[in-house]
Ligand binder design. Structure first.
Ligand code: UT7
Length: 335
């Protein structure tokens, strides 16, 4: 039997403060009805002043460790595009907060596809014998990088974190990660980005503009790419692992917009009812969205041991990724 990476624990967290569509409509020109019909979002959670991405990641990580029934790992991989600071990475701080000692810990950046990239890194480290047990986290705190003048972007993002414990095991046991499809297209990097804080801006010597710390996004183009890339990547992966669309019990796709989820379902010919929808309560939580949606579905009993789960994500970069798993028995804590 080959050495495989097996999902052994899952945890997720959103900060307590709920921001409804009506709350947003009180501060910008928008409405509950526009946001609901164009995105499917009813509310999201935004962190209070002083809370960091690392804080969110640590709570989700703690819950994933508890779910797996373990208190140590060999590696912590944190996917985030909103780290606590440009340097050092946030993962060592999270490992320290979790009492994981001097464990290897680093960040990766793949925007909203980050969690699936972190899972692939975990699977690779396990396959290479670098680690026997990995904590893979996706966490983002975008609320402090939303331009209040940009209503199309500001209404869709929420803060959150999700984490998985992945351990070495056998390819035929429940929870084994069955395959990955990963891709990127830097030619379209302008479609979603934070212009400031990086070497591109700093190297020009141009004076910093305060608004450069905000995310800018070309929503319509991102919508089209999101559909094409998540559907295309899912098809690639299904072919690779020998599943058809009819085999998919649940599809956990990146939660950006319910219209994207429905269109991906239609392209893949997966019943729309098989798409996990969690964005109505948390918005687009970027790298956290897939583990949050999985945790939500595990908590309410939709996800059952043995279910065949397709995961697919898309975000700035452009970056996209898909992965598949046959759902294991998992005890999951409340979000
Ligand atoms: O997570 C990474 C990947 N990201 C995505 O996949 C995001 C994909 N994109 C989207 O989900 C959608 O493009 C958005 C939700 C971001 C925007 O929805 P849209 O239907 O593409 O709207 P739009 O930006 O084309 O704007 C249409 C109209 C405009 O008005 P006019 O010019 O037609 O009069 C906007 O000014 O809607 C207006 N609008 C709003 N109205 C009320 C834009 N945002 C708002 C708003 N409230 N919040």
């Amino acid at each position: 039997m080959s050495r495989a990476a097996v999902l052994a624990g899952l945890g997720a967290y959103v900060p307590p403060r709920t921001v409804t569509n009506d709350d947003l409509a009180a501060t910008m020109v928008t409405s509950d009805s526009w946001i609901r019909t164009r995105t499917g979002i009813r509310e999201r959670h935004w962190a209070d002043t002083g809370t960091t991405t690392g804080d969110l990641a640590a709570v989700a990580g703690q819950r994933a460790l508890k779910s797996a029934g373990v208190d140590s790992v060999d590696l912590v991989v944190l996917a985030t595009s909103t780290p606590n600071q440009p340097m050092p990475a946030t993962a060592p701080e999270v490992a320290e907060a979790l009492g994981l000692g001097t464990v290897a810990a680093y960040d990766i950046s793949a925007a909203c596809a980050g969690f699936l990239y972190a899972l692939s890194v975990a699977a690779g480290a396990i396959a290479a014998g670098v680690a026997d047990r990995v904590l893979a986290i996706g966490a983002d705190l975008w609320s402090t990088r939303l331009n209040p003048e940009d209503r199309a972007v500001s209404v869709i993002f929420g803060d959150g974190a999700g984490a998985a414990v992945v351990r070495a095991g056998d390819a035929d046991e429940p929870g084994a990660l069955l395959g990955f499809d990963l891709g990127s297209d830097g030619a379209h990097r302008e479609l979603a980005r934070v212009p400031g804080d990086g070497s591109r801006e700093l190297s020009t010597g141009d004076p910093r503009r305060p608004e450069d710390r905000y995310m800018v996004m070309q929503g319509k183009d991102m919508f089209t790419h999101a559909v094409n890339r998540m559907a295309g990547s899912s098809e690639q992966l299904l072919g690779k692992i020998g599943w058809t669309a009819a085999d998919v019990d649940w599809c956990a796709a990146h939660q950006a917009n319910v219209r994207i989820l429905h269109t991906v379902a239609d392209v893949l010919e997966v019943d729309r009812a098989r798409m996990l929808v969690h964005l109505d309560r948390v918005g687009n939580t970027s790298a956290a969205s897939i583990p949050l949606a999985l945790t939500d579905a595990a908590l309410d009993g939709r996800l059952k041991a043995g279910d065949r789960v397709l995961m697919t994500a898309f975000g700035g970069g452009l970056s996209w990724a898909s992965a598949a798993v046959r759902w294991p028995e998992l005890a999951v804590l409340d979000i």
